[in-house]
Write a protein that binds this ligand. Sequence first.
Ligand code: PAF
Length: 284
Amino acid sequence: MHVVKTIESVRRSVAGARRKGGTVALVPTMGSLHAGHASLMAAAVRRYDYTVVSIFVNPTQFGPQEDMDDYPRPFESDCALCHELGVDLVFAPTAQQMYTQESSTWVQVVGLTDVLCGRSRPDHFRGVTTVCTKLFNIVAPDVAFFGQKDAQQALVIKRMVRDLNMPLAIEVCPTIREPDGLAISSRNQYLDPEQRREAARLYQTLQTCQIQIAQGRRSAAALIASMRDELQQIPRAKIDYVSIVDGETLIPVEEVRGRLLIALAVQIGPARLIDNILVDLGPS
Ligand code: PAF
């Protein structure tokens, strides 16, 4: 496995793989790799000839009050995991390498980014789509892998790729959970043991909602109210949003039918945690 820091070296390595006729997969990450990333990397390695993992804590997707400086950067153990999983190339650029001082171009998906996480993180998705465009242009992969845990991010990236005719496929892999249901995230390590116990209740809340839907409850407002009630029982939780939206457009629904995303964001102590489930009730 090679670890490279410059755009030229990643292009040279990928060109070498292409000359041998290989397919190329990209797993974009900000490092602090966990079982969720491992599942993306394992799928990429299994199905494509040459897997590139990018590790870059992208400054343009953090707001001024967010955790950019504290974001964990365990580079050695990240590389060890990539190596163990059979990744071919780690691309770990510096911020100067990715953004020159004169950078003045943004890639922005409108509409889909105004809702859910976009409300409290107004410039976040613009940073994500810009850095992913740059990574797609640098690596030129056949496919890029994302996790369903960041459901809105995955939809925004898919929309960007479709709208801008980018020549790659986007694969979205299922959320990986701890045994108690908590969606695995780099930010879980900010939680103390009590907060960590509380955090498991987010997924339980989503599951209760799913059960209520299975029992025939159809009013989105009533389901949201009951999820909010459940989350308000968690002593240290501050709800950012609880939403039931169309699974493609992210437009809020009044009545539960078709393919829906049930999504929430909750601050527990220092960690802003997000989670979601997809519910498919068949053709509406
Ligand atoms: O999901 C992430 O870790 C980041 O948003 C991504 C896609 C690597 C872009 O920086």
